[in-house]
Design a protein around this ligand. Sequence first.
Ligand code: BDP
Length: 323
Amino acid sequence: MTFKRKLLLAVLPFACSVAMPVSALDIKFAEIHPAGYPTVVAEQNMGKKLEQASNGDITFKMFAGGVLGSEKEVIEQAQIGAVQMTRVSLGIVGPVVPDVNVFNMPFVFRDHDHMRKVIDGEIGQEILDKITNSDFNLVALAWMDGGSRSLYTKKPVRSLEDLKGMKIRVQGNPLFIDMMNAMGGNGIAMDTGEIFSALQTGVIDGAENNPPTLLEHNHYQSAKYFTLTNHLILPEPVVMSKTTWNKLTPEQQALVKKVAREAQMEERVLWDAKTASSEEKLKAAGVEFITVDKKPFYDATAPVREKYGAQYADLMKRIDAVQ
Ligand code: BDP
């Protein structure tokens, strides 16, 4: 075979794929939570709507349970378009898009309802836009509700003093390390998937999260004390790779936005039910729920809000004003 002919054969498949009209766009959606988790269910329903409304031009496949990697790894894949969509905690977005850290500050929201009102309104959209307009190569579409995060530990924490020196896992964001250290603990960053064995082997003494994660990621098997500090209320953006977004027609883009927003509203209903059932299951499994005075935790973290929040003073006032 002549060299020219070989070359032709080699480039032919690529030439064909460029020339052929793109009939279907396949969306791989990455989730670290397992099947049946509120975010996963709402996202799958979103996917079904996308497939139906696009007459099959868009296909959607959920990869739950962290099979495509940790949130950090998946975000990197989404940035290059290898994964088309994902949902991540805002905690891990903070180090890359610092402006989102205003929502990542301890006790920035009065309570869970306050957070929901903020994300549903113009401030929520502004923070999504910060992600979209950053160099992150992602389009942030909507918010999932990740509830309120509290401490869970192998030994009970009944006061701020009890936390002293305990090694507590936090998400990989310097703000959270500072937060944990300000509360007297020793903040250690690691990926979600590493927490279970780190608890078992004693690498950490505890972690902090919401009841569904404490249950579904089996952390309760080692951490039997759940101290209701509610120190973080982190919403979770649903994002699409900009590489994928740019392949969509304007109509398809509008559709994606619409169904993502619908998923935002649907997920919170599932969330509330899942939180209630998780609490019951955790209690039945012997987890002690400890109510504490939150004021010492709030006061201890004031320097963190000052350090990270100074630049968002106006925005924090606006967040505060949301009723
Ligand atoms: C869960 C969030 C998930 C986080 C996880 C964690 O839903 O996105 O990655 O916490 O702390 O509540 O790693």
